[in-house]
Design a protein around this ligand. Sequence first.
Ligand code: DGT
Ligand code: CA
Ligand code: CA
Ligand code: ZN
Length: 625
Amino acid sequence: MARANPALAAIFQQMADVTEILSGDRFRVLAFQKAARILDELALDVAELVPDPAHPDLKKLTAVQGIGKGTAERIVEYLATGKIREHHDLLAQIPPELPALLDLQGVGPKTVALLWKQGGVTSLADLKTKLGDNSLSSIPGLGPKKLENFRQALAFVQPQGAQQRVRLGQAMPIARWIIDELRHKLSRQIHEIHYAGSLRRGKETIGDLDILISPAPGSAPAPETALGSAPGSAGGYAPASAPAPGSAHTTNKSAPSIADAFTTLPLVQDVLAKGDTKCSVRLSDQGLHLQSDLRIVPPESFGAALLYFTGSKEHNVRLRQRALEQGLKLNEYGLYKGDKLLAGQTEEEIFRHLGLDWIPPELREDHGEISLAERHQLPALINLGDIQAELHAHTTASDGLWSIFDLAQSCADRRMHVVAVTDHSKSQFQANGLSEERLVQHVQAIRAAAAQFKNSITILAGAEVDILADGRLDYPDSVLKELDIVVASPHAALTQDPKKATARLRKAIDNRYVTILGHPTGRLILRRPGLAPDIEELAQAAAQRGIALEINANSYRLDLRDTHARVALEAGCKLAINTDAHGPADLDQLPYGILTARRAGARQDDVVNTLPRDALLKWIKSTRR
Ligand code: DGT
Ligand code: CA
Ligand code: CA
Ligand code: ZN
């Protein structure tokens, strides 16, 4: 989908930040921020609203709620020229590496302005030096605590030059797109193709994309046929610089070799290696850089190669040891006894020969999965199709981009039976959080929609109530009592120390109306670490109270993370998997939450969103005291 949207959203966000750093007009800062948010959430591709940027008609753009004439003109400028001049003019007024400071946890434009104008700081490296020689301590507004925060935040930032990892939610659509594209280009030449590595294990960040392909037996490059998977199966993803899947080669009479097809993909920026068994490329798409390795293996070795390149390395080491103990040899070509190939075509047969049940990739981290597989005790992991309810979602009442109606319809279309409308509470003023008066009106609107939808989906009136720094909730109990469901989440004060964070979240768990603790740490992957509470203590408290801890499925969050969710399950706590949807595209993030839950070993029973409707409503009631 819509690859201009994220790029444009990033540009508008940067215009907001730089304007604020330059202490420009507050009104413009807000307007840029709003544009960024809308573009970030917009399900439609803005490019489709401007079919001809050379002769633009702004009407379709300005018809989008929240896009005014100024924003529309800037969007058109970007679509026509690839940039926004005002953006470049703003950047020209600050040191080029200054914006990187904004990625530090707890550092906003105001702090960056202070560091730059008072402290002369121009880059992350510069900040590090100046913290080292104590030259910032005399600046008013930068107390010892703040300086310590900078040190900690800097330690979290990736060292320069280190291989940049990308989020699961960025890597997955690209991997699927590559696979679709190769299927189209190569059609009958392909026997099997699959992604492997950390992506197949569902890790929250991905270092590089590992893809395996085996050619169809005896296939010489053949003329292309109409076979192949349907376009759009990559979740609608299409790189901005690429034609739609399948469109680039329909006139090509003789199909290319596998290596040619891979190394000429539209996203390929550099070819690092090109051989008969391995190719390696650097991909680039709108500022995202990612390496991808393709291995070409014979069909009889496909399972062995898939097993090997799925990893983890630690899991592989264990498996190989086990093979050795049985007098066998395991490598990426197969499982051997002496020179004799015992198994190699599928993972299942290799595991079987090793006396093991097939182990789901998400569990292959050497956390005891091999002995579970030996004893036939692997958990039956939760699947995407088990989810029947969305219990955390926003609408235009706060910072969402869709109406109650559209939210409910989208969830119903996905065969869900319950959706909870949980807009932000009043302290989230930047997210247009609801005052108590507005909440009362909103609940009425939700009830009206619920009546309309009563034959297709149950709509619950809830709130995502902010957990304040001291653990108090942002609405009094008398207000929470009137809601059907309460998601309590931390949004601010995310640098407080672990003891305080634990006490804060415990207090929220102990509130008699809270149903779910939302994104408990508030971390953002590769951006900010968030709170570091004692998860075990929280999970025990939640288990005792009978409420659920959330795995927020948004690929920026994945919060609880895999290891935390495992701790929660071990404490006997229920999980909720929610997308925290602000618009239609967000519901597509659910698979990332499922992968995270599977990495934690979660079964269907562990997750409240899988309950049948009446059981779910009963559970929610049971959490209220
Ligand atoms: P990443 O790319 O950093 O997110 O993580 P992975 O797990 O995808 O690692 P990668 O791409 O370096 O290698 C893919 C898989 O190949 C890895 O999970 C296991 C296997 N592998 C790579 N190097 C070794 C090795 O030295 N020994 C063993 N046993 N397996 C390896
Ligand atoms: Ca990898
Ligand atoms: Ca690799
Ligand atoms: Zn939310």
